[in-house]
Structure formats: C-alpha cells, structure tokens
Design a protein around this ligand. Structure first.
Ligand code: NAP
Length: 262
C-alpha cells in the first residue's frame, strides 16, 4: 500500500475525479476526509469507504467559504490529529467569453476554482507536521490550450498553476510539496452533457477522439493514479511540477500530419 497511514483531505470528492481519487487513496491505505458541498454524495462516499474497511469522514464544505474550510480543517484535526495530503479537486466549469459573463459569474468561478484552493491550503498547511506533506491541485489544460467560450475557467486554472508554484517555493523548506495535475477531457459528471451532445454526431465524436494521440477519452481513475504518485513517497523530490493527463491532446498538432510527403 503506497499511502499507508497517511491522512488525506480530498475536496470535491463527492463526484468525478475527487471521488475516484478518494477511493483509490483509501485502497492504498490512506485515511480520508471527504470535503464536498453536496451532502448526499459526500455521505455516500464516506459510507462506501467505511463499508470496504477503510477510514473516512465526510465534512460538508463549500471551499469558497472560509468559515466552512476552517470547520473542515478543525474536524480533520480532531479526528486524525494531522494531515499529510491535500487534494484540491472541487471545481466548477464556467462557460462564456469575456464580454458575455457578468461580474457575479466571474467572482463565483474565481471563488470556487481559485480562492477555494488558497483557503484550503491556508487552513490545512498548519496541520502538516514536521515531516511535511503534499498538496495536489487539480488544474486543467485550458491554460495551455485555450478553448473558445471558457474564459473565466481558463483564467482561474491559469491562476491555480501560479498558486501551486508560489506555494511550492514558500513551503518547500517545510518539506511540503505542491504539484498540479492538469487533466484533459475526462468522462465525469462535469462533462456528461457535453459528451452526450458530442455523441449525437458520430463524425464529430470520431474527430474529437482523433485529436488525442491515444484515440480515447480519459477516465477519472486516470487522474486518480497520477494523484497517488504525487501523494506517495515515490515523488519525494517532485515539487512545483505540472503533470498533464490528457491522452496527448495538448501536444498534438495532428491536422496536417498525413498530408506531409514522406
Ligand atoms: P465533478 O464530477 O463535477 O466533481 C466536482 C465535485 O466538486 C462535485 O462533487 C461538486 O459538487 C464539488 N464542488 C463544486 N463546488 C464546490 C465547492 N464550492 N465546494 C466543495 N465542493 C464543490 O467534476 P470533475 O470532472 O470531477 O472535476 C474535478 C476537478 O477537475 C475540477 O477542479 C475540474 O475543474 C477539474 N478538471 C476536470 C476535467 C474534466 O474533463 N472532467 C478536466 C480538467 C480539469 P456539486 O456537484 O454539488 O457541484
């Protein structure tokens, strides 16, 4: 077991990538705090892990509210006495270009996707002991490869990469490693509507798959496995890093390849 004895908080672990990460961490021996804004989903994840013989505590948390985050950190300290790993996976997809979105939409996007990560880091880092710990921020490939009509989301995720670098520098001397994972298109509830629209046109769907060198979409578990590596002692010399998990889509300039004479 690669995370035996470690205490891990996973935000947004009621669904998708956070859920897969919390479940995989539990299989690897970690004790979990499930921090999510959805009471039903969060409780269900806690019960599932307990039923499989693991250790988990659900704490209803809106990461955008400092009072909630403080309460979640206090509940973790009271249950486990320390934290080794924080995975910031809570996030929302916010669409619209710079002219379309309102100030409220901008602020909500930044509050959940960026401020929430700062708040969780602020209140969880003091719970990491002298042996240090690890923070894993679930960012996105949007900062590297902009997609139309995802302006506030791309900006928030770009800011998150800067947040990760800054924390890595400030807290490296305390043995706290801070890394970002950038998923590409992953089949989670966040994307279900988009995916079912895409599948209405088999040509469009095939074209989308062809934009990935691996010719497939990612699953939440693909991201969870990357998180296990970054949470485990195997990555003890890795900090300030950005791990892209996207089937190769970000680096792929595939459109003219088959037209170039050999
Ligand atoms: P998901 O299935 O929608 O899961 C996100 C979870 O976070 C949900 O349980 C959601 O609860 C929760 N959440 C939302 N706002 C929250 C808040 N303020 N406080 C606490 N929890 C909150 O989405 P996902 O695909 O797993 O996304 C996880 C992370 O990966 C996000 O940061 C996302 O931006 C990032 N990401 C995803 C993809 C992808 O293709 N799926 C790609 C790149 C990056 P509700 O359902 O009640 O809102």
């Amino acid at each position: 077991m690669r995370l035996r004895g470690k205490v891990a908080i996973v935000t947004g672990s009621g669904s998708g990538i956070g859920l897969a990460t919390a479940e995989l961490f539990a299989c690897e021996g970690a004790r979990l705090v499930i921090a999510d804004v959805d009471p039903q989903l969060g409780k269900c994840v806690e019960v599932g892990i307990l039923e499989r013989g693991g250790d988990a505590l659900f704490v209803l948390t809106d990461v955008a509210r400092e009072e909630d985050v403080k309460r979640m950190a206090a509940a973790t300290a009271s249950r486990y006495g320390k934290v080794d790993i924080l995975v910031n996976s809570a996030g929302i997809a916010v669409a619209g270009n710079a002219l379309q979105i309102s100030e409220e939409v901008w602020e909500h996007c930044m509050a959940v996707n960026l401020k929430g990560v700062w708040l969780c880091s602020k209140h969880v880092i003091p719970l990491m002991g002298t042996e240090g710990g690890g923070i894993i921020n679930i960012a996105s490939t949007h900062p590297f490869r902009a997609q139309s009509n995802y302006f506030p989301y791309a900006v928030a995720k770009g800011g998150l990469l800067a947040l990760s670098s800054s924390l890595a520098v400030d807290f490296g001397p305390r043995h706290i490693r801070v890394n970002s994972v950038c998923p590409g298109f992953i089949d989670t509830p966040m994307n279900h509507e988009l995916l079912s629209k895409l599948k209405e046109s088999p040509e469009r769907y095939e074209e989308f798959l062809a934009a990935h060198p691996l010719r497939c979409l990612g699953e939440a578990e693909d991201v969870a496995h990357a998180c296990v590596f970054l949470a485990s002692d195997e990555s003890r010399f890795v900090t300030g890093a950005t791990l892209i998990v996207d089937g190769g889509r970000t680096v792929y300039g595939h459109f003219f390849g088959d037209m170039i004479p050999s």
